[in-house]
Design a protein around this ligand. Structure first.
Ligand SMILES: Nc1nc2c(c(=O)[nH]1)N[C@H]1C(S)=C(S)[C@@H](COP(=O)(O)O)O[C@H]1N2
Ligand SMILES: [Mo]
Length: 575
């Protein structure tokens, strides 16, 4: 008899993998029904993001840019796949060990979902259901992978090279399997069959996995049985996952977003001067289209917030705590403003900056309705997914266009950019001002509260540093000799840019021509269009001066703790 007590490596790993897939699919479905944020894979990812040392996170943002989340999710899924395969291998040796391995996953998943902001006990459900389904799958498939050696209906033996030479091992009833020929599996050797066992009709599934038994050599690895089982489980995992995604609110929020009728602004933005956009190919356009707008946040999966359910609570050091709905917000005086948003993590010359036309209401007015008390100096805002942001209250209240924004470039906020409502404050880096999916503002003090990035090594306050960037020519490119356009953008939000200077090969500084800007809250394009490029390698440097008279310094400081400094420098080959 040619059977095996051991399952082939690939089969055990496959069983583990498909059981893991069932866990993911079923928990996604359960999360879709219960609460989208209770999907354990994402909760574990979010916990990992929060627990990652700041230095590693900064490195990830620098290295992977906006793909950092995709990289992390892929990493988590790979780790999960590896661990699931390991669970399969454990289960093949002893089902109890496999189940114990799954239980470890369950504990990690439950811990992750329950420690997420505003988690309730019900959040544990998707993990538990998913792990339960995985345990069932693991158990069934491990069993299914074996057929009794005498029932060859689906058993295959010789082509995989997995079987070991027959050993004479005692069967549970004390009999021994002895000297069976290679063909003998076609008929069950009666001396190895417990007499009380019923004759199976067709494929026979023993009640406990034969792998656990001393007499397991009476069972044969059943490849076809296993593979059909695996296909079934994979179908369950796929269907569960698909249904879960549909249920998790993506579709509903998309419909809600599409259905929003944007009010006209009571206070329109100043007209954008015709000369604000020099319309030079390769130069950042004055308004950044939503699709090209940079995205930075800690959300592994973007929060899906239905405006019908959205409320903003303002509390803390206020005379009258208030809670406003989306409808309340739309009834207020609507302000339109062009504001350039940028990230503290933007390296000199980096891409994490964009300029948009926002529609929203005055954050200062909403705060005044609540009555900000004396001594309060911080607005601690929280997003639907628990991220926090500390904004200096005096900046928001000083009359600038600090907004609770609900539209961006003529459409409702894209979900990635904070739908239904986010903060926008000209002059502050995003991490201290631009809370997306904002749901809560606590009026407090910097000496009493800390926002997300502060204990992670970033400055509690983050005014934007005056900066400039060369968009043309591009770093490292080879250009033709002759008249060449040098162009870029410069920004010092809420101060304004007064001058931009450019020098080539450390020569004299030359004044760039500045494009117009409607207000001091946006970036400004600049251009030098008469550089005569001569063959060789050339270095181009830029520096801006803002309306306070401050000129960018050459000293390069890193992005942390409060934003990079230094001149953007580009090297090009002229040939
Ligand atoms: N909820 C939430 N809001 C957030 C963040 C975040 O991680 N979560 N990141 C902030 C940072 S660091 C920046 S630079 C801006 C980026 O906004 P954008 O993605 O719309 O460009 O959002 C801010 N708002
Ligand atoms: Mo940022």
């Amino acid at each position: 008899m040619h059977s095996n007590r051991r399952m082939p490596f690939w089969a055990a790993a496959l069983i583990g993998l498909v059981s893991g897939a069932v866990a993911v699919g079923v928990s996604l479905l359960a999360a879709g029904l219960v609460k989208a944020s209770a999907f354990p894979v994402v909760a574990v990812g979010n916990a990992a993001v929060d627990l990652t040392p700041a230095a590693l996170k900064d490195w990830a943002i620098r290295t992977f840019g906006e793909n950092d989340k995709a990289v992390l999710l892929t990493g988590i899924l790979l780790v999960l796949a590896g661990a699931a395969a390991a669970v399969g291998l454990l289960a093949a040796r002893d089902i109890r060990r496999g189940l114990a391995g799954l239980a470890v996953f369950g504990v990690i998943g439950v811990a992750a979902v329950l420690t997420r902001p505003d988690a309730g006990p019900v959040d544990a459900l998707p993990t538990l259901v998913g792990v339960g389904a995985a345990a069932f799958t693991l158990h069934r498939l491990t069993r299914r992978a074996f057929a009794p050696a005498g029932v060859p209906a689906t058993a295959e033996f010789d082509d995989a090279g997995w079987h070991t030479p027959q050993e004479d091992l005692p069967a549970p009833d004390g009999t021994r399997a002895t000297s069976v020929t290679r063909d003998a599996h076609a008929t069950r050797p009666s001396d190895t069959v417990p007499q009380d066992r019923p004759e199976p009709a067709g494929r026979y599934v023993p009640s406990t996995p034969p792998v656990m038994r001393a007499g397991a050599d009476r069972y044969a690895f059943d490849r076809r049985g296993l593979l059909t089982g695996v296909l079934g489980a994979a179908a369950v995992a796929g269907a569960g996952g698909l249904a879960g995604r549909m249920l998790s609110g993506r579709a509903e929020v998309g419909v809600a977003r599409a259905g929003i009728a944007l009010p006209g602004p009571a206070k329109p933005a100043p007209a954008i001067p015709a000369g604000a956009d020099l319309k030079i190919k390769g130069l950042s356009s004055f308004i950044t289209p939503n699709a090209d707008f940079y995205r930075v946040d800690t959300a592994l999966v973007v929060p899906q917030v239905d405006p019908a359910d959205w409320t903003l609570t303002i509390h803390g050091m206020v005379d009258r705590p208030v809670e406003i709905t989306f409808a309340d917000l739309m009834k207020r005086t609507v302000i339109e403003a062009d504001v350039t948003l940028c990230c503290v993590s933007n390296e000199v010359g980096g891409p994490y900056i964009g300029n948009a036309r926002w529609l929203g209401v005055s954050l200062a007015d909403v705060l005044r309705d609540a009555g900000v008390q004396k001594g309060a100096d911080m607005l601690l805002s929280t997003s639907a997914d628990g991220w926090t942001c500390g904004t200096p209250a005096d900046v928001v209240l000083d009359g600038r266009n600090a907004l609770l924004a609900f539209a961006m470039n003529g459409e409702a906020l894209p979900v990635d950019h904070g739908f239904p409502v986010r903060q926008v404050v000209p002059g502050l880096y995003g991490y201290v001002s631009a809370t997306k999916w904002v749901t809560d503002i606590k009026v407090t003090r910097f000496d009493q509260d800390e926002a997300y990035w502060t204990p992670r090594g970033w400055s509690a306050k983050g005014p934007v540093k005056t900066q400039s960037r060369i968009d043309l020519p591009k770093e490292g490119t080879t250009i033709r000799p002759g008249r060449t356009v040098i162009a870029g953008v410069a920004w010092a939000q809420h101060k304004g840019i007064d001058a931009v200077e450019v020098r080539v090969d450390r020569g004299p500084w030359r004044q760039a021509r500045l494009a117009e800007a409607p207000t001091a809250d946006t970036w400004r394009q600049w251009v030098i269009d008469d550089w005569e490029a001569t063959p060789g390698t050339h270095t181009i440097e830029v520096r801006a001066t803002d309306a306070t008279g401050y000129t960018q310094v050459i000293d390069r400081t890193p992005i942390d703790p409060d934003g990079a400094t230094g001149w953007h420098t580009v090297s090009v080959e002229v040939a």
